[in-house]
Write a protein of this length. Structure first.
Length: 206
């Protein structure tokens, strides 16, 4: 399995305000690299609440590139890859809204959501946020910074895929009960959960 985990931190409540992106690269089941970039959001407008969460300030990003400049480096890394985010509804919407803000075309890629499929892999947990799942799986987490969050997500996904017997994206519908989402030039398809199936093996946490 090869995939990339992605995480964004945002400057304010608007989805087109990324101030940091983290990517962790997994090849042949091994984490090969984690990279992160600070981003100067358009207008550099930060909400105090967001700063409290991630600790990134306007001063931290004042000399950093805006997303449209950084995208020249990021797009070749993401094009035609499988992306996974914990709560992909948030992270992929940040990507989409920011690309739209700068009038940049969407890349071609597939993506999935570890928050959704973790519910299929570890049944009966009280919560499925990244912190809870990392504690349950003994994964170190420095929360709310994009690089460490993406790396912890990668470790979590490797454990989930191993437990569920996933060896390719084609296994997702049967073994994770999710259909991958997709970005493509001109649009996207969201990740969808398969709620009913005639037969499937249950993976009960211990």
């Amino acid at each position: 399995m090869n995939f990339i985990t992605i995480d964004f931190e945002t400057a304010n409540a608007q989805r087109n305000s990324p101030c940091e992106i983290g990517l962790t690269f997994v090849k042949d089941w091994q984490i090969t690299e984690t990279k992160s970039w600070l981003i100067r959001p358009k207008y550099n407008a930060f909400d105090y609440f967001n700063i409290l969460i991630h600790g990134i300030t306007p001063e931290d990003v004042a000399d950093q590139p805006e997303f449209d400049t950084l995208w020249e480096e990021l797009r070749p890394l993401l094009e035609n890859q499988l992306l996974i985010a914990h709560n992909a509804a948030f992270d992929l919407s940040v990507l989409r809204k920011t690309l739209e803000t700068y009038h940049l075309p969407f890349p071609e890629l597939h993506y999935s959501c570890s928050y959704i499929f973790s519910k299929k892999v570890w049944l009966g947990l009280p919560r499925y946020d990244l912190k809870t799942l990392c504690q349950f799986n003994n994964i170190d987490l420095i929360h709310h910074r994009a690089g460490p969050d993406s790396r912890a997500t990668a470790e979590l996904v490797i454990k989930a895929f191993t437990k569920a017997g996933v060896t390719s994206i084609d296994d997702f519908p049967e073994k994770l009960m999710v259909k991958p989402g997709q970005l493509f030039e001109g649009g996207y398809k969201p990740v969808s959960s398969i709620r009913k199936a005639k037969e499937r093996k249950s993976y009960v946490w211990k």
